[in-house]
Design a protein around this ligand. Structure first.
Ligand code: NDP
Length: 251
């Protein structure tokens, strides 16, 4: 369907070199977009980009650093000629109870998961406006909805990104930029592999509470990426959409 066609569009996916970001990058590339894969690990990003076809390319940037974000966005605009789609996906977690969490760990999680989305969105805004509109997709979490003893910084960042989404959506609707947030359930990635090692019975508990009866896979994010990046979602903005196999509606 041509409503979902992304031919001629240029997308940036932060953290696109693995996990959910790579799943989203695959969807965008298959729908025709040129995808810039952004991460700190140059080799991993290069490999991911080469798996996405000849229009994809990789850039090294730490999205917590303003100067690196600005340079990365300028380079994408120069290489690809425009920026239409931004996926704010890069993220980390430090699993500690509040009384054990250092200030530096708090700041690192907030900087990576929330401030980076503000910095990347702000840097892309003039390019999207120049292109006549754009799409920003923010990665939240079940921790945008719930709390847990070991996630004070992570849950704060993921709650914050929902409110950032709503604020950007209202500010930039006049520029024809739609900003939406998707909330993944439990997805099999490096991030959750570490959590499974740290938290006894996490695997079984997730399975028991997920009505779909399985963990999510990175390719479960191809569809939501294409929908939120394409003309099909032109009247959808400020929305918060779960992609969780029913986890959040299960008692
Ligand atoms: P991964 O660890 O596989 O991916 C994290 C990505 O973020 C990597 O590509 C990493 O690349 C990138 N990244 C981290 N820090 C930076 C930084 N400072 N600058 C640039 N890139 C950075 O985990 P997931 O795929 O699971 O996580 C992706 C997103 O999905 C995160 O926002 C996470 O919170 C969210 N999420 C994941 C869930 C899950 O169940 N897996 C559930 C809910 C949300 P590099 O190391 O090269 O910098």
């Amino acid at each position: 369907m041509d409503q979902f066609d992304l031919s001629g569009r240029v997308a940036i996916v932060t953290g696109g070199n693995g996990g959910i970001g790579l799943g989203m990058a695959r969807g965008l590339a298959r729908a025709g977009a040129a995808v810039a894969v952004v991460g700190r690990n140059r080799e991993k990003s290069r490999e991911a980009a080469s798996s996405l076809g000849e229009r994809a390319f990789s850039l090294e940037a730490d999205v917590t650093r303003t100067s690196e974000v600005e340079a990365m966005v300028a380079e994408v605009a120069e290489r690809a000629g425009r920026i239409d789609i931004l996926v704010n996906n890069a993220g980390i977690n430090v699993r500690k109870r509040p009384e054990d969490l250092a200030e530096s760990e708090w700041r690192s999680v907030l900087d990576t998961n929330l401030t980076s989305a503000f910095l990347c969105s702000k840097a892309c805004h003039p390019h999207m406006r120049a292109a006549g509109g754009g799409k920003i997709l923010n990665n939240g979490s079940m921790m945008s909805l719930f709390g847990a003893p070991w996630t004070p910084a992570y849950a704060s960042s993921k709650g914050g990104i929902v409110q950032l989404t709503k604020s950007l959506a209202t500010a930039w609707a006049e520029d024809h930029i739609q900003v939406n947030c998707f909330l993944p359930g439990w997805i099999d990635t490096d991030l959750t592999r570490r959590a499974r090692e740290q938290v006894p019975e996490l695997h079984e508990r997730v399975l028991a509470r997920t009505p779909a009866g399985r963990w999510g896979e990175i390719d479960d994010f191809q569809g939501i990426a294409v929908f939120l990046a394409s003309r099909a979602s032109d009247f959808v903005t400020g929305a918060v959409i779960t992609v969780d196999g029913g986890f959040s509606v299960s008692g």
